[in-house]
Design a protein around this ligand. Sequence first.
Ligand code: ZN
Length: 163
Amino acid sequence: MKDTTKKFFGRLGEFAMYTLVPPAIVASGCWLAFGVTAIAPSFLCALGLDLIVGFGVNGYQTVKLEKVKAELTMAQMDYERGHLVGVSCASCGARNIVPLDLTIDGFECDNCHSKNKLYYEFRASTIMDLDREKVMEVARKRMQEEAIDNRNDAWDRAEALLK
Ligand SMILES: [Zn+2]
């Protein structure tokens, strides 16, 4: 059997299972309770109800699925925003967006299609809490000292010249 045929019969089976079987059970129950004349009306009633409920559930599930899909897309975009890095191609210089993933050691340039190897470099520095006022005070003092030094130098030089 072809794949599409299989799919078709699968769908048909599903349709029969969910759409025809429940009303058939209801109709057979009504047949036992009220006789042969009750089969057709009870079957049709149950089928109608089944279809309405089915459409409702289907619609609800579709809406829910769309919402989940949208949320997934958003999450994916959020993730990529924080986990992508721009790297210039070594051969043509074009900027490529590369996932920030240590298991990836290279990428193919979007522009010139040459293969690039990726090198990661990490550096560390100590985080210091600098007091702005104190820093400015120290800088001012240093500048004053330098000014005095310069003046002394000038005097020294002048004295040296006068000797
Ligand atoms: Zn390139």
